[in-house]
Design a protein around this ligand. Structure first.
Ligand code: CP
Length: 303
Protein backbone atom coordinates (compact mmCIF):
# COMPACT_ATOMS: atom_id res chain seq x y z
CA UNK A 1 0.00 0.00 0.00
CA UNK A 2 1.27 3.48 -0.71
CA UNK A 3 -0.78 5.50 1.77
CA UNK A 4 0.10 4.79 5.38
CA UNK A 5 -2.77 3.71 7.57
CA UNK A 6 -2.84 4.21 11.29
CA UNK A 7 -5.35 3.27 13.96
CA UNK A 8 -5.35 6.41 16.11
CA UNK A 9 -8.96 6.85 17.26
CA UNK A 10 -12.55 6.13 16.22
CA UNK A 11 -13.35 9.46 14.50
CA UNK A 12 -10.48 8.98 12.05
CA UNK A 13 -11.98 5.70 10.75
CA UNK A 14 -14.47 5.94 7.90
CA UNK A 15 -17.71 3.95 7.87
CA UNK A 16 -16.44 1.40 5.34
CA UNK A 17 -13.43 0.62 7.52
CA UNK A 18 -15.53 0.29 10.67
CA UNK A 19 -17.89 -2.11 8.93
CA UNK A 20 -15.04 -4.11 7.42
CA UNK A 21 -13.29 -4.52 10.78
CA UNK A 22 -16.48 -5.54 12.60
CA UNK A 23 -17.36 -8.01 9.91
CA UNK A 24 -13.84 -9.41 9.42
CA UNK A 25 -13.36 -10.05 13.15
CA UNK A 26 -16.29 -12.46 12.91
CA UNK A 27 -14.62 -14.77 10.39
CA UNK A 28 -10.91 -14.32 10.88
CA UNK A 29 -10.43 -17.04 13.47
CA UNK A 30 -11.08 -19.60 10.72
CA UNK A 31 -8.16 -18.16 8.85
CA UNK A 32 -5.21 -20.50 8.38
CA UNK A 33 -2.82 -18.85 5.94
CA UNK A 34 0.32 -16.81 6.51
CA UNK A 35 -1.36 -13.42 5.96
CA UNK A 36 1.31 -11.42 7.73
CA UNK A 37 4.32 -13.61 6.96
CA UNK A 38 7.39 -11.37 6.96
CA UNK A 39 5.60 -8.59 8.84
CA UNK A 40 7.26 -7.32 12.02
CA UNK A 41 5.16 -5.80 14.81
CA UNK A 42 6.69 -3.89 17.72
CA UNK A 43 4.63 -3.49 20.88
CA UNK A 44 5.89 -0.38 22.70
CA UNK A 45 4.14 -0.04 26.05
CA UNK A 46 4.74 2.80 28.51
CA UNK A 47 1.89 1.67 30.79
CA UNK A 48 0.90 -1.65 32.29
CA UNK A 49 -1.30 -3.92 30.18
CA UNK A 50 -2.45 -7.52 30.24
CA UNK A 51 -5.27 -7.80 27.69
CA UNK A 52 -4.18 -5.34 25.04
CA UNK A 53 -0.50 -6.22 24.84
CA UNK A 54 -0.98 -9.97 24.91
CA UNK A 55 -3.86 -9.94 22.43
CA UNK A 56 -1.94 -7.78 19.94
CA UNK A 57 0.93 -10.26 20.31
CA UNK A 58 -1.29 -13.32 19.84
CA UNK A 59 -3.13 -11.69 16.92
CA UNK A 60 0.11 -10.90 15.11
CA UNK A 61 1.46 -14.39 15.79
CA UNK A 62 -1.75 -16.02 14.53
CA UNK A 63 -1.23 -14.26 11.21
CA UNK A 64 2.41 -15.29 10.94
CA UNK A 65 3.99 -11.96 11.94
CA UNK A 66 7.03 -11.62 14.18
CA UNK A 67 6.50 -9.65 17.38
CA UNK A 68 8.97 -7.72 19.50
CA UNK A 69 7.79 -6.46 22.89
CA UNK A 70 9.37 -3.35 24.37
CA UNK A 71 8.37 -2.42 27.91
CA UNK A 72 9.28 1.15 28.78
CA UNK A 73 10.79 0.38 32.18
CA UNK A 74 13.42 -1.81 30.53
CA UNK A 75 14.03 0.48 27.52
CA UNK A 76 16.24 3.52 27.05
CA UNK A 77 13.46 5.92 28.09
CA UNK A 78 14.71 5.27 31.63
CA UNK A 79 17.98 6.92 30.50
CA UNK A 80 16.12 10.00 29.29
CA UNK A 81 15.31 9.14 25.67
CA UNK A 82 12.08 10.78 24.46
CA UNK A 83 9.09 8.87 23.09
CA UNK A 84 9.76 10.24 19.60
CA UNK A 85 13.43 9.24 19.68
CA UNK A 86 12.56 5.79 21.00
CA UNK A 87 9.94 5.33 18.26
CA UNK A 88 12.28 6.63 15.53
CA UNK A 89 15.03 4.31 16.80
CA UNK A 90 12.73 1.31 16.68
CA UNK A 91 11.35 2.16 13.25
CA UNK A 92 14.90 2.52 11.89
CA UNK A 93 15.16 -1.24 12.46
CA UNK A 94 12.43 -1.80 9.90
CA UNK A 95 9.21 -2.93 11.59
CA UNK A 96 5.93 -2.61 9.71
CA UNK A 97 3.63 -1.85 12.65
CA UNK A 98 4.25 -0.02 15.91
CA UNK A 99 1.65 -0.59 18.63
CA UNK A 100 1.97 2.10 21.30
CA UNK A 101 0.44 2.62 24.72
CA UNK A 102 1.34 5.82 26.54
CA UNK A 103 0.00 7.82 29.51
CA UNK A 104 -0.10 11.14 27.59
CA UNK A 105 -3.23 11.83 25.61
CA UNK A 106 -1.63 13.29 22.50
CA UNK A 107 1.46 11.09 22.49
CA UNK A 108 0.37 8.64 19.80
CA UNK A 109 -1.11 11.28 17.51
CA UNK A 110 2.15 13.21 17.86
CA UNK A 111 4.10 10.18 16.70
CA UNK A 112 1.98 9.81 13.58
CA UNK A 113 3.47 13.03 12.22
CA UNK A 114 7.05 11.99 12.99
CA UNK A 115 7.34 8.38 11.83
CA UNK A 116 8.30 7.31 8.32
CA UNK A 117 5.24 6.76 6.10
CA UNK A 118 5.79 3.03 5.66
CA UNK A 119 5.17 2.32 9.36
CA UNK A 120 1.62 1.71 10.58
CA UNK A 121 0.87 3.08 14.02
CA UNK A 122 -1.69 1.64 16.41
CA UNK A 123 -2.95 3.53 19.43
CA UNK A 124 -3.20 0.91 22.19
CA UNK A 125 -4.44 3.52 24.67
CA UNK A 126 -3.19 7.08 25.20
CA UNK A 127 -3.96 8.64 28.57
CA UNK A 128 -7.65 9.42 28.93
CA UNK A 129 -8.04 10.05 25.20
CA UNK A 130 -8.70 6.97 23.07
CA UNK A 131 -8.55 3.18 23.00
CA UNK A 132 -9.94 2.39 19.55
CA UNK A 133 -9.17 -1.34 19.44
CA UNK A 134 -11.03 -1.81 22.75
CA UNK A 135 -14.07 0.05 21.39
CA UNK A 136 -14.01 -2.07 18.24
CA UNK A 137 -13.87 -5.32 20.20
CA UNK A 138 -16.64 -4.07 22.49
CA UNK A 139 -18.86 -3.26 19.51
CA UNK A 140 -18.01 -6.60 17.93
CA UNK A 141 -18.93 -8.41 21.16
CA UNK A 142 -22.26 -6.57 21.35
CA UNK A 143 -22.98 -7.29 17.71
CA UNK A 144 -22.09 -10.96 18.17
CA UNK A 145 -24.49 -11.12 21.15
CA UNK A 146 -27.35 -10.11 18.86
CA UNK A 147 -27.80 -6.52 20.09
CA UNK A 148 -30.52 -4.72 18.14
CA UNK A 149 -28.57 -1.49 17.65
CA UNK A 150 -31.35 0.89 16.57
CA UNK A 151 -33.41 -0.03 19.66
CA UNK A 152 -30.52 -0.64 22.06
CA UNK A 153 -30.12 1.23 25.33
CA UNK A 154 -26.45 1.10 26.34
CA UNK A 155 -25.29 2.42 29.72
CA UNK A 156 -21.66 3.20 30.58
CA UNK A 157 -21.14 3.51 34.30
CA UNK A 158 -18.30 4.66 36.53
CA UNK A 159 -15.28 6.87 36.01
CA UNK A 160 -16.00 8.22 32.53
CA UNK A 161 -13.95 11.36 33.15
CA UNK A 162 -10.64 9.47 32.98
CA UNK A 163 -11.71 6.69 30.63
CA UNK A 164 -10.31 6.40 27.12
CA UNK A 165 -12.50 3.31 26.67
CA UNK A 166 -15.68 5.27 27.42
CA UNK A 167 -14.66 8.03 25.02
CA UNK A 168 -13.98 5.56 22.21
CA UNK A 169 -17.03 3.39 23.00
CA UNK A 170 -19.39 6.37 22.95
CA UNK A 171 -17.91 7.65 19.69
CA UNK A 172 -18.24 4.24 18.06
CA UNK A 173 -21.65 3.25 19.42
CA UNK A 174 -23.05 6.59 18.23
CA UNK A 175 -21.64 5.92 14.76
CA UNK A 176 -23.22 2.44 14.79
CA UNK A 177 -26.65 3.93 15.48
CA UNK A 178 -27.26 2.85 19.08
CA UNK A 179 -30.80 3.80 20.10
CA UNK A 180 -29.83 5.45 23.39
CA UNK A 181 -26.50 6.03 25.12
CA UNK A 182 -26.50 6.66 28.86
CA UNK A 183 -23.76 7.61 31.28
CA UNK A 184 -23.74 7.47 35.06
CA UNK A 185 -21.25 7.80 37.87
CA UNK A 186 -20.23 10.08 40.71
CA UNK A 187 -20.52 13.71 39.59
CA UNK A 188 -16.77 14.21 40.11
CA UNK A 189 -15.98 11.26 37.82
CA UNK A 190 -18.46 11.87 35.05
CA UNK A 191 -16.86 14.81 33.26
CA UNK A 192 -18.21 16.28 30.04
CA UNK A 193 -20.25 13.94 27.91
CA UNK A 194 -20.58 13.95 24.13
CA UNK A 195 -23.75 15.41 22.65
CA UNK A 196 -26.63 12.97 22.66
CA UNK A 197 -25.48 10.96 25.70
CA UNK A 198 -28.05 10.94 28.49
CA UNK A 199 -26.59 11.86 31.90
CA UNK A 200 -28.19 9.65 34.58
CA UNK A 201 -28.06 10.56 38.24
CA UNK A 202 -28.19 7.05 39.70
CA UNK A 203 -27.21 3.52 38.85
CA UNK A 204 -30.87 2.50 38.96
CA UNK A 205 -31.76 5.13 36.36
CA UNK A 206 -28.87 4.07 34.12
CA UNK A 207 -29.68 0.35 34.10
CA UNK A 208 -33.47 0.72 33.89
CA UNK A 209 -34.47 -1.16 30.74
CA UNK A 210 -30.85 -1.25 29.53
CA UNK A 211 -29.83 -3.82 26.92
CA UNK A 212 -26.13 -3.51 27.71
CA UNK A 213 -24.23 -2.15 30.69
CA UNK A 214 -20.53 -1.37 30.53
CA UNK A 215 -18.81 -0.98 33.88
CA UNK A 216 -15.60 1.01 34.30
CA UNK A 217 -12.98 0.89 37.00
CA UNK A 218 -11.88 3.99 38.92
CA UNK A 219 -8.74 5.06 37.07
CA UNK A 220 -6.70 6.08 40.08
CA UNK A 221 -3.52 6.41 37.99
CA UNK A 222 -5.05 9.48 36.30
CA UNK A 223 -6.29 11.30 39.38
CA UNK A 224 -5.00 12.96 42.53
CA UNK A 225 -5.02 10.62 45.50
CA UNK A 226 -7.39 13.04 47.29
CA UNK A 227 -9.98 12.30 44.59
CA UNK A 228 -9.98 8.54 45.12
CA UNK A 229 -13.41 7.42 46.30
CA UNK A 230 -13.74 5.08 49.26
CA UNK A 231 -14.16 1.61 47.73
CA UNK A 232 -16.87 0.41 50.11
CA UNK A 233 -18.92 3.59 49.68
CA UNK A 234 -18.39 3.45 45.91
CA UNK A 235 -19.55 -0.16 45.69
CA UNK A 236 -22.67 0.63 47.70
CA UNK A 237 -23.68 3.45 45.35
CA UNK A 238 -22.15 2.62 41.98
CA UNK A 239 -21.21 -1.08 42.06
CA UNK A 240 -23.28 -3.26 39.72
CA UNK A 241 -25.05 -5.93 41.76
CA UNK A 242 -27.57 -8.66 40.85
CA UNK A 243 -30.56 -6.55 41.90
CA UNK A 244 -29.65 -3.94 39.28
CA UNK A 245 -29.94 -6.49 36.51
CA UNK A 246 -33.53 -7.13 37.57
CA UNK A 247 -34.28 -3.55 36.44
CA UNK A 248 -32.50 -4.03 33.11
CA UNK A 249 -34.04 -5.42 29.92
CA UNK A 250 -34.29 -9.22 29.70
CA UNK A 251 -31.02 -10.58 28.33
CA UNK A 252 -29.07 -7.47 29.31
CA UNK A 253 -25.35 -7.93 28.66
CA UNK A 254 -22.67 -6.83 31.11
CA UNK A 255 -19.29 -5.75 29.78
CA UNK A 256 -16.11 -4.49 31.41
CA UNK A 257 -12.94 -3.59 29.51
CA UNK A 258 -10.77 -4.62 32.46
CA UNK A 259 -8.80 -4.57 34.59
CA UNK A 260 -11.77 -5.32 36.82
CA UNK A 261 -11.97 -4.52 40.53
CA UNK A 262 -14.38 -6.98 42.06
CA UNK A 263 -16.61 -5.67 44.82
CA UNK A 264 -15.80 -2.10 43.77
CA UNK A 265 -17.43 -1.29 40.41
CA UNK A 266 -18.89 -4.80 39.99
CA UNK A 267 -20.01 -7.60 42.28
CA UNK A 268 -18.53 -11.04 41.64
CA UNK A 269 -22.02 -12.52 41.21
CA UNK A 270 -22.48 -10.24 38.20
CA UNK A 271 -18.95 -10.53 36.82
CA UNK A 272 -19.20 -14.33 36.89
CA UNK A 273 -22.93 -14.53 36.14
CA UNK A 274 -24.83 -15.43 32.98
CA UNK A 275 -25.16 -11.83 31.78
CA UNK A 276 -21.42 -11.28 31.77
CA UNK A 277 -19.59 -11.04 28.43
CA UNK A 278 -16.34 -9.99 30.08
CA UNK A 279 -14.25 -13.00 29.07
CA UNK A 280 -15.91 -12.99 25.64
CA UNK A 281 -14.57 -9.46 25.22
CA UNK A 282 -11.07 -10.73 25.98
CA UNK A 283 -11.47 -13.61 23.53
CA UNK A 284 -12.79 -11.27 20.86
CA UNK A 285 -9.86 -8.94 21.42
CA UNK A 286 -7.58 -11.34 19.58
CA UNK A 287 -9.92 -11.63 16.58
CA UNK A 288 -10.44 -7.88 16.36
CA UNK A 289 -6.72 -7.20 16.55
CA UNK A 290 -6.10 -9.77 13.80
CA UNK A 291 -8.59 -7.86 11.65
CA UNK A 292 -6.85 -4.58 12.52
CA UNK A 293 -3.45 -5.94 11.44
CA UNK A 294 -4.91 -7.25 8.17
CA UNK A 295 -6.47 -3.89 7.42
CA UNK A 296 -3.32 -1.98 8.28
CA UNK A 297 -0.97 -4.13 6.24
CA UNK A 298 -3.16 -5.20 3.32
CA UNK A 299 -6.03 -2.70 3.16
CA UNK A 300 -9.76 -3.20 2.92
CA UNK A 301 -11.12 -6.16 1.05
CA UNK A 302 -8.06 -8.38 1.38
CA UNK A 303 -8.67 -12.07 2.10
N1 CP B 1 -8.75 -3.09 28.40
C1 CP B 1 -7.44 -2.87 28.56
O1 CP B 1 -6.87 -1.96 27.98
O2 CP B 1 -6.82 -3.74 29.41
P1 CP B 1 -5.24 -3.80 29.67
O3 CP B 1 -4.88 -2.54 30.42
O4 CP B 1 -5.00 -5.04 30.48
O5 CP B 1 -4.55 -3.84 28.33
Amino acid sequence: MTDPRHLLDIPSLDDATLEWLLSRAGTIRDYAGPGLNGTVVVNLFFEASTRTRVSFELAAGALGARVVNVQADSASVVKGESLVDTALTLTAMGPDVLVVRHPDKQAVHGLADRLPGRVHLVNAGDGGHAHPSQALLDAFTLRQSGLDWPNARIAIIGDLAHSRVARSDLALFGRLGAGELRAAGPETLLGELPDGVRRCTSLDEAVDGADAVIMLRIQTERMDRNGWPDKVVYHAEWGLKPEHLERAAPGCRVLHPGPMNREVEIASEVADGPASLILRQVENGVAMRMAIFEWLVHGLGWR
